[in-house]
Structure formats: C-alpha cells, structure tokens
Ligand binder design. Structure first.
Ligand code: ADP
Ligand code: TYD
Length: 201
C-alpha cells in the first residue's frame, strides 16, 4: 500500500519543528515505516540549494524557481519512491510554503506558482497538511529565545502577516487537506489535536 504524505507548515517560530519527531514516533508506533524530511532540502543537492536560499538575497522569481528545483529533486529522489514503497513521509514544509512565502510574502502571482507546481509535482498532493497558525508577534517572541535568525526569519512583521494570510487562504481553498492548528496552545494540547488527525488518516 502507498504511504501517506504529511506536510507541516506555518510561519517561522509557530512551533512546527517541536512536533516533527513526535509525529514520526507516533506514526511508527502505529506500525508504519516513516521518514522525516524537509524543504527546501531533503537531498544532498536540495540541502546545498537550501543554504543559498536561506542566506543569499535574490530576485523573488529566482527564489521561487530554486525552491521548486529543490522540490523536483526531493520528489524524484526521496518522496515518490518512499510513498510507492509504503513508507510514510513527514515533510517540514512543502508547496504551500511557496504560495505563502514567495506568493504572499514576496508578492508573486499564485498563477505563476501554480504553473511550477503542476510542472514539478503533477497531481501529487499531500494527504494531510498541518498548518500551525500563530500571530507573528508571538512567533517572533518565541524565535527571539530560540536561535540565530536566517534570511527569512529576519523579515519584518508585515511580511509574516502576508505569509500567514496566504497560508490561511490556502486552508480555505483546500479544507479537506489543510488543518489549521491553533499554535498558541500548549505543546500537550497541540499534540492531542495532532493525534486525532493522525488517527483519522
Ligand atoms: P518553527 O519550527 O515553527 O520555526 P520551533 O518548533 O522551532 O518553530 O519553535 C520556536 C520556539 O518556540 C522554540 O523555542 C520552541 O521551544 C518554542 N515553542 C514551540 N511550541 C511552543 C508552544 N506550543 N508554546 C510555547 N513555546 C513553544
Ligand atoms: P524552515 O525549515 O522552517 O526553517 P527552520 O529550520 O529555521 O525552522 O524553513 C526554511 C525557510 O524557507 C522558511 O523561512 C520558509 C522558507 N521557504 C520558502 O520561502 N518557500 C518554500 O517553498 C519553502 C519550502 C520554504
């Protein structure tokens, strides 16, 4: 049987990384083989593109093209073969992030991103997307205590307001796939919600 494809999304600092290993353990405990991966990245070439994308200033369209180039490699090398072999994938960000950051954040037209999406992934879509939703001020407060900030994380509050709005618009467009999680709650309370969503998959 084909594995399930789960993606995890949200603005920087919303708290998604905190749950990645927990999600994998829960899926594994249910008897599935699971692989955790991330975008941009997930392959040796993708990780090289990631380090450029997270540090170098570049034109918004260049940024979108490199995100989708890394995604093409990730799909071909990792995601598609794993799913075909029955392995579940938990991916830290995927195409919804391109609509949110390059679309909402940088202002690229969604129709442009849709062209790249259709080229790179055909009909393949995640089975479940967990969207961690948090007001940017709180996400920023959390990040201030957490780590040195990369190129995206250094963006101003208005950028993240636009990213968040674009994510929520995606959730309105694809209500069956994208579940909005109120990330202002405690880690334990969020895990109860995640467990329910996994059980329903
Ligand atoms: P992301 O991967 O979305 O950028 P992280 O999971 O790295 O975010 O979390 C950012 C910071 O917020 C970390 O210091 C983390 O410990 C903290 N954090 C995560 N979830 C919560 C939560 N539910 N409540 C309070 N702090 C949290
Ligand atoms: P992330 O892995 O969440 O960073 P961290 O390890 O610091 O939590 O994501 C890296 C950044 O890449 C994040 O700021 C969002 C951005 N991004 C895009 O702009 N477009 C995309 O398509 C993807 C996948 C990520």
């Amino acid at each position: 049987m084909r594995g399930k494809f789960i993606t995890v999304e949200g603005i920087d600092g919303a708290g998604k990384s905190t749950h990645m290993d927990w999600l994998a353990q829960r899926i594994s405990a249910a008897g599935h083989v699971v692989r955790v991966t991330r975008e941009p990245g997930g392959t040796p070439l993708g990780e090289k593109l990631r380090s450029l994308l997270l540090s170098e200033p570049m034109h918004a369209e260049t940024e979108a093209l490199l995100m989708f180039a890394a995604r093409r490699e990730h799909l071909a090398q990792v995601i598609a073969p794993a799913l075909a072999g029955g392995t579940w994938i938990v991916c830290d960000r995927f195409t919804d992030a391109s609509y949110a950051y390059q679309g909402g954040g940088r202002g690229l037209a969604a129709s442009r991103l849709a062209q790249l999406e259709s080229w790179v992934q055909g009909d393949l879509q995640p089975d479940l997307t967990l969207l961690f939703d948090l007001v940017p001020e709180e996400a920023k407060r959390r990040l201030a205590h957490a780590r040195a900030l990369d190129k995206f994380e250094q963006e101003q509050g208005l950028f993240f307001e636009r990213v968040r709005a674009a994510y929520l618009e995606r959730a309105r467009q694809f209500p069956q796939r994208i579940h909005v999680i109120d990330a202002s709650r405690s880690v334990e309370s969020i895990r109860e919600t995640l467990a329910g969503l996994l059980d329903d998959l």
